[in-house]
Design a protein around this ligand. Sequence first.
Ligand SMILES: *[C@@H]1O[C@H](CO)[C@@H](O)[C@H](O)[C@H]1NC(C)=O
Ligand SMILES: *[C@@H]1O[C@H](CO)[C@@H](O)[C@H](O)[C@H]1NC(C)=O
Ligand SMILES: *[C@@H]1O[C@H](CO)[C@@H](O)[C@H](O)[C@H]1NC(C)=O
Ligand SMILES: [Cu+2]
Length: 392
Amino acid sequence: MHFKTSVAALASISALAAAQAPSIDQWTQQEINNGTAWTEVTQIASENQIYNVGTRGDVSCQYGNAKVRKEFRHMSNADRKAFTDAATCLMKTPPQHMRADQAKNYPGVKSRHDEYVATHINMTMNIHATADFLAWHRNFIWHYESDLKTLCGYEGTLPYWNWALDAAAPQDSPLFNGDEYSMGSNGEYISGRSDTYLYTQGINMPPGTGGGCVNSGPFKSVQLHLGPLDLPNAENVNSNYQYNPRCLKRDFNSFFSNSYNTISNVTELVLESIYLEDFQDRMQGYASGDPFGVHGGGHWTVGGDASDFHSSPNDPLFFLHHGMIDYIWTTWQNLDIYRRQLIIKGTSTLGNSPPSAEMTLDDMIPFGFVTGDVEFRKLMDTFGDAYCYRYE
Ligand SMILES: *[C@@H]1O[C@H](CO)[C@@H](O)[C@H](O)[C@H]1NC(C)=O
Ligand SMILES: *[C@@H]1O[C@H](CO)[C@@H](O)[C@H](O)[C@H]1NC(C)=O
Ligand SMILES: *[C@@H]1O[C@H](CO)[C@@H](O)[C@H](O)[C@H]1NC(C)=O
Ligand SMILES: [Cu+2]
């Protein structure tokens, strides 16, 4: 079955979808591969979102006044620069949560940005392949966005990076052209490298297109302080919060984007995952035949510091990648909003190792040096509680 879909017809498809998510059979493989299906899927999801939010009556967060997060390349030059100015400002802002008497235990925490990195390092084994992977990262990047505003005067919203648009050659993306309106360049090219075997995923990684320090654009002279902890071919630190001042490195690698982050990869993930377990496992690379998923694939596509499992938030691009992950989750939720809004599945330990209790929406979730504990339930709806934003 193939629906001939015009934008005008989307409203009626959307009414159907309010009862049940659309089926992948509604699109041809060519439409899935050329982005037509993804465009229509996100339109159906936003129609559902408009309808759903519209039924809530007199609440202050409405579709029309929600903050809109945009793809970085679709922002104006001035807005992009305002964002990267604020992101570098956060790296120079002193820690806000760590008390003076705690500082000796966290020698590498020198800035507010480092508090995000340290928190992610601390919680790595409790926020990936857990029930709260999506929710935890949603709240993590939302606080980053808030901090850019309150601590660094930013007036815009958190951008996201749709890596599928750059899957063929991420190193050539306009986001990374290295000018002052970009997200910074690739790392300096290091030649003569050979393949690296990645044990966890069981694959052979060819060398990327960079490998050295990011040498132009807004993050050219930033200094990282924490990590890396698990990078291949790197001098990893020996303890979680060790002080390790150095440049930001990247190594764009189309091997990953072509295999795990294409437009068909993300469209098939969203349309073929009916159950939450399938959706979150496949997204993170725990499904058979896909050891990275779009989440892991995005981290490894950037390479360098963004691919360090523990300290990846060192690269501000982390927050744009996780914006895309959050966009994908909200899209999946909104395709069948009544069933998917408040559904969670899993425990609080990575792959349930060591075994831990099933999480519930009543659980209080810790955020280390980012913010106080938050009830899981309050992280499920981008129009609920503290949140009021959408993607476009
Ligand atoms: C994608 O493929 C469909 C089906 O062949 C075609 O109608 C449509 O114009 C294509 N869209 C783009 C953006 O190439
Ligand atoms: C991702 O998409 C590409 C083509 O766009 C395909 O070759 C690859 O097998 C897909 N990966 C997965 C894990 O489905
Ligand atoms: C790390 O976790 C411990 C135990 O939960 C907590 O007391 C500490 O504040 C955390 N530190 C950071 C930086 O998240
Ligand atoms: Cu993470």
